[in-house]
Design a protein around this ligand. Structure first.
Ligand code: ATP
Length: 300
């Protein structure tokens, strides 16, 4: 019975916290994780990131006994490369990210970073190595400067500003009367989805993790905001191993490899060009999104 209640408890906590605007996703993962009681192995060692290569080897996973979600997923993200995961809603894309962060234990298979099974390393060292830019960032009720500086303890104001510049949000912050001292969140200035995402990107640039997990926003942003975000994302991806969970195919056409998930399996894989030439599910999704894009533009 406890098995059933623990996630519910966690959910209640998350709901209350989000309502109070108190947490961001990373913090949330950390806290929920305590509740779901994934424990470090007795002989767990700190993860030693040398190059930052990720590999999933025949990963089988279910959230509950009744239903298997991933049916043997294998792929690798070479050091410094970008791999994008696409697919219909419910295909299992976000689940891959949660498994990499070890939010859940897998049923069988292996997930490794630089050859080390993530179930044998300390969770703390794993999470320090991975930066997350979530779909929806919930900010702390504090200053915008604090919200960025949170990425790294002891960061100086110069470092905070450099990160904000790289994330294309410095100008906006500087234009506010109180600048970096502006209060944000529920009790302060409400930032737009795109601004919040850029704050999250700045925070991640400051954290400087070797591995990145990007969960792209589903909602369409206006094209100027979208461009600014894409520019800052390219900046944060540079030199890091990146796994992107993408909803809009137009943002991931340069990925080193694209995995097309269907029903918990990788149905197709390759570069954008290879997948178009294959004329399968990806090509169909691409054609559909391009048509939607044209309709939206002609409606503008
Ligand atoms: P979307 O594009 O809609 O975000 P996705 O491909 O990221 O979808 P996942 O979130 O990985 O899909 O979900 C895969 C499957 O796992 C879905 O069928 C979903 O209902 C199920 N699922 C997701 N989270 C949980 C959970 N916490 N408990 C039980 N089942 C879950």
């Amino acid at each position: 019975l406890m098995q059933l209640f623990r996630p519910l408890d966690a959910l209640g906590w998350v709901y209350r916290s989000i309502k109070q605007g108190l947490v961001d996703m990373e913090e949330m993962f950390r806290l929920i994780d305590t509740e779901t009681e994934i424990e470090d192995a007795p002989d767990a060692r700190p993860l030693q990131v040398t190059r930052g290569e990720i590999s999933f080897e025949d990963v089988v996973f279910s959230y509950s006994e009744e239903r298997q979600i991933l049916h043997g997923v294998s792929f690798a993200v070479p050091a410094g490369a970008t791999v994008a995961v696409v697919g219909d809603s419910g295909a299992g894309k976000s689940t891959l990210g949660r498994i990499l962060y070890r939010f859940y234990e897998i049923d069988s298979g292996r997930v490794k970073i630089d050859g080390q099974d993530i179930s044998n390393v300390t969770q703390d060292s794993l999470r320090r190595a991975i930066g997350i830019v979530p779909q929806d960032t919930v900010l702390f009720n504090d200053t915008v400067g604090y919200n960025i500086a949170y990425g790294r303890e002891g960061a100086t104001q110069e470092e905070v500003e450099a990160a904000a510049r790289a994330a294309q949000i410095h100008e906006f912050i500087s234009s506010l009367p109180a600048g970096y001292e502006t209060l944000v969140g529920e009790r302060g200035l409400k930032l737009s989805g795109g601004e919040k995402q850029r704050v999250a990107i700045a925070r991640t640039i400051l954290k400087d993790p070797p591995i990145l997990l990007l969960d792209e926003a589903t909602s369409a942003l206006d094209s100027r905001t979208e461009d600014a975000i894409q520019t800052s994302l390219r900046e944060v991806e540079r030199g890091r191993t990146t796994l992107v969970i993408a909803h809009r195919l137009s943002t991931i056409t340069d990925a080193d490899e694209i995995l097309v998930m269907r029903g918990g399996r990788i149905a197709e894989r390759g570069t954008h060009g290879e997948l178009l030439a294959r004329d399968g599910h990806y090509a169909e999704m691409w054609a559909r999104q391009q048509a939607e894009e044209r309709t939206r533009q002609s409606g503008d």
